[in-house]
Design a protein around this ligand. Structure first.
Ligand SMILES: Cc1ncc(COP(=O)(O)O)c(C=O)c1O
Length: 446
């Protein structure tokens, strides 16, 4: 991996001005760039030739680790065989094979799969399916979408509207109308340093009843939530909270949408959070781990009942006016099939369950490190919340992120929270390496 380093270094451009980087501090980055030039299994290689341990599976997506042979080969073969097939009114075998495999993997009767190219597109697709589903059944008055404070559902207009992260919303005006939010479940006074699911907070599900009392159930199409909120800094659902939300949705005919873009494909130690918590949504949103992050792809799973509701009218008519040029495209489908095979061969969709206790104890050993005010964990997800610097929120965690990178460790920060989600192939000694690295860094940051 390192032989070509010199050659790769020569490819680094001198001028970084044109690329407007997403969700990044562009000016800071361009003054002091952090470039990856290669990757293998648990590691990246930086442009200055250092091994960086991946504590975040890229962006919560590289669940099988980097540059896995089966996936690489599948992409090479597919590119030679069938590069593209029209997504509308035409098909190719791998999209159907993949949908069947996904339906087999998904819990309960989430048997129909709509392909997209990202988590954000999966969110928009799910919201549109929910609205249209009620309409095709003659309940078009159900137009409201309910999200949750601190939720993250990508960056498109629907997802930003049902999302609940203030800085992501405030630049963009009114967004969608007819959207409301239930309260988030972060209760540090009661639940700080909980291991796994917090004991306290199931009653917050009743927030949905409050919103129903305000708007009436007959106007509400769906509730969308992340079973474990990731991007906001890892908020783990209190015990029985998700079960209660499920009951309330069922009682009022409201569709429950789980956004499993992060939790899908083994992150918690089960294929999906729906399996882990034994709470089955009506619609399940995925992306990221579906293709190991290698080729963009998302998938929205719906219950057969929802799919069947659309299958009416003359057969030559299109049943659902939605889709993307690249929905289920051959390259992405081949990548996803090879990813699923890799997960299966290596038992990766349940591996986090074997490591969860070790991960938990390792993370919580940081309880007495400087500035730590909370530690949260579930499956192979963790968060370490730091006390913010007065009047400079996010600065301390950002300094920790830079120091971690300088010390050979990739972490992710959001606000003053360090979020961790390593590839599911991680070994125990690498968990130790992450935690020892963090301890050192927390002693160095100011
Ligand atoms: C829960 C959730 N939904 C949606 C998205 C958006 O996915 P993408 O960045 O692929 O559009 C993300 C991304 O982190 C996510 O965590």
């Amino acid at each position: 991996m390192t032989e070509n380093r010199k050659e790769i270094n020569n490819q680094i451009p001198n001028d970084l001005s044109s690329f407007w980087m997403p969700f990044s501090a562009n000016r800071q980055f361009k003054k002091s760039p952090r470039m990856f030039v290669a990757a293998k299994d648990m590691h990246y290689i930086s442009a200055d030739g250092r091994l960086i341990l991946d504590g975040t599976a890229g962006l919560w997506c590289v669940n099988a680790g980097h540059c896995r042979p089966k996936i690489t080969k599948a992409i090479q073969q597919q590119a030679q065989e069938l590069d593209y097939a029209p997504a509308f009114q035409m098909g190719h075998p791998k999209a159907f094979q993949l949908a069947n495999k996904l339906a087999d993997l998904a819990p309960a009767d989430l048997n129909n799969v709509f392909f997209t190219n990202s988590g954000s597109e999966s969110v928009e697709t799910a919201l549109k399916i929910a609205l249209a589903y009620h309409r095709v059944r003659g309940e078009g008055s159900r137009f409201r979408l309910i999200g949750r404070e601190r939720g993250y559902h990508g960056v498109n207009f629907g997802g930003t509207s049902v999302g609940g992260i203030m800085p992501n919303r405030k630049m963009f005006g009114t967004l969608l109308t007819g959207v409301d939010h239930i309260a988030h479940t972060h209760l540090p006074q009661k639940n700080a340093f909980s291991k796994g699911q917090p004991e306290y907070g199931a009653h917050l599900a009743d927030e949905l009843e409050r919103i129903i009392a305000l708007h009436d159930a007959s106007t509400i199409a769906a509730l969308i939530i992340e079973p474990v909120a990731g991007s906001t800094g890892v908020l783990i659902p209190p015990k029985n909270y998700l079960q209660r939300l499920r009951e309330i949705c069922t009682k009022h005919g409201i569709l429950l949408i789980f956004d499993e873009v992060i939790t899908g494909f083994g992150r918690l130690g089960a294929p999906f959070a729906a399996d882990y918590f034994d709470v089955i949504p009506d619609i399940m949103i995925t992306a990221k781990g579906l293709t190991n992050g290698v080729i963009p792809m998302g998938a929205v799973f719906v219950k057969s009942e929802i799919y069947n509701a659309f299958m009416r009218g003359d057969e030559h008519l299109i049943e659902f006016m939605h889709g993307y040029t690249y929905s289920g495209n051959p390259m992405a489908a081949a990548t996803a099939l090879a990813t699923l095979e890799t997960y299966k061969e290596e038992g990766l969709l349940t591996r986090a369950a074997d490591l969860a206790d070790y991960w938990q104890e390792a993370l919580h050993s940081l309880k007495d490190a400087p500035f730590v005010i909370d530690i949260r964990n579930i499956g192979l997800i963790g968060a370490i919340e730091l006390e913010p610097i007065k009047n400079m929120p996010t600065k301390r965690a950002f300094s920790a992120f830079i120091k971690a990178y300088e010390n050979g460790l990739l972490i992710r920060t959001t606000g003053d929270i360090i979020a961790l989600s390593p590839p599911l192939i991680i070994e125990k000694n690498q968990i130790d390496e992450i935690v020892d690295g963090l301890r050192k860094i927390l002693h160095e940051v100011e």
